[in-house]
Design a protein around this ligand. Structure first.
Ligand SMILES: NC(=O)C1=CN([C@@H]2O[C@H](COP(=O)(O)OP(=O)(O)OC[C@H]3O[C@@H](n4cnc5c(N)ncnc54)[C@H](O)[C@@H]3O)[C@@H](O)[C@H]2O)C=CC1
Ligand SMILES: Nc1nc(O)c(N)c(N[C@@H]2O[C@H](COP(=O)(O)O)[C@@H](O)[C@H]2O)n1
Length: 252
């Protein structure tokens, strides 16, 4: 899929929500942007396992602009299995040259090794020098690793609920791999968990597509209930709108 030129007014609109250069040295965790595209009925795909186009090409280009500005791009294994995504960056300030240099490092949250890199779109892009190889976050590295596969496994502990602790995980990604900024793109489980982590998420950028996907669709809605936002701004495109905001920090 080819991109279209980035609408120029998206650049000042997004500026305040992008990882700032000075952040790199100041903090033990990477800057985290939570970003996804949803329908008017808060669905991110039309059904479990179904890759669904929601964004207009304008906002798809915006996603690649965001990818350009982050070191890592994080998804859950549900998304990797459903979408076989490329997760590279096709936008650059000098035109639409696709290069691994501009692309973020894919990070796949896959505690029980359900997703395979071999034969994936990510592997294809890496072999064409158009994307980077992934870091797969697992409880335990698989036995019989293929030494030829260009993939990194990061082992992390699961808590009693069988979940990785987000803050711990992000700090590990920074200390082990020098990743100072990450955009989390989904899917629903990742988004719903991160929406309740105001100390972990630094920016929230949501594309709202002008369509309904229906009740069979994969829903985004924080299980813990209401979430308040601050610093809210809106951008309106030809078809979509984009909301940029910050999660409200909980007052002690
Ligand atoms: N419209 C959009 O912007 C996007 C849409 N999608 C859609 O979302 C759907 C997939 O969503 P889901 O099935 O919810 O999958 P998901 O991508 O959120 O992955 C869920 C899996 O990731 C692992 N995981 C996530 N957080 C974890 C944690 N804290 N600790 C341990 N393991 C963790 C678990 O194995 C879990 O089952 C697909 O249909 C895809 O097309 C995905 C990304 C963006
Ligand atoms: N921004 C956005 N708009 C949509 O309509 C989408 N369906 C998604 N999905 C996310 O993008 C990934 C695909 O990436 P590639 O184009 O293959 O690089 C997909 O896995 C979702 O994370 N995003």
């Amino acid at each position: 899929m080819a991109l279209i030129p980035l609408p120029e007014d998206l650049i000042p609109f997004l500026k305040e929500y992008l990882p700032a250069t000075q952040f790199k040295n100041d903090c033990s965790k990477p800057f985290l942007t939570l970003t996804y595209a949803q329908s008017l009925d808060s669905r991110i795909s039309k059904g479990k396992g179904q890759r669904t186009v929601i964004s207009h090409l304008e906002t798809k280009t915006m996603t690649h602009y965001l990818r350009f500005h982050h070191d890592g791009i994080l998804i859950g294994c549900g998304t990797a299995l459903a979408d076989d995504p490329g997760l590279n960056c096709k936008w650059s300030p000098i035109g639409d040259t696709v290069s691994w240099r501009c692309s973020p490092r894919p990070i796949i949250i896959d505690p029980h090794c359900k997703w395979g890199y071999s034969g994936s779109k990510m592997q294809e892009l890496k072999s064409q020098n158009s994307g980077k190889s992934p870091i797969i976050v697992v409880l335990k590295r698989p036995a019989n690793l293929d030494a030829n596969l260009d993939v990194t496994y990061l082992e992390a502990p699961l808590n009693v609920e069988g979940r990785f602790d987000w803050l711990h995980l992000l700090k590990l990604l920074k200390s082990e791999y020098g990743i100072t900024s990450i955009m989390a793109e989904g899917g629903a489980i990742v988004i719903n968990e991160l929406l309740s982590q105001p100390t972990v998420v630094d920016s929230l950028i949501v594309t709202i597509g002008a369509k309904y996907l229906g009740q069979q669709g994969v829903e985004v809605s924080p299980p813990a209930g209401e979430i308040e936002l601050d610093n809210i701004t809106w951008w309106k495109g030809t078809v979509d709108a984009v909301m940029a905001a910050r999660l409200r920090k909980i007052q002690c």
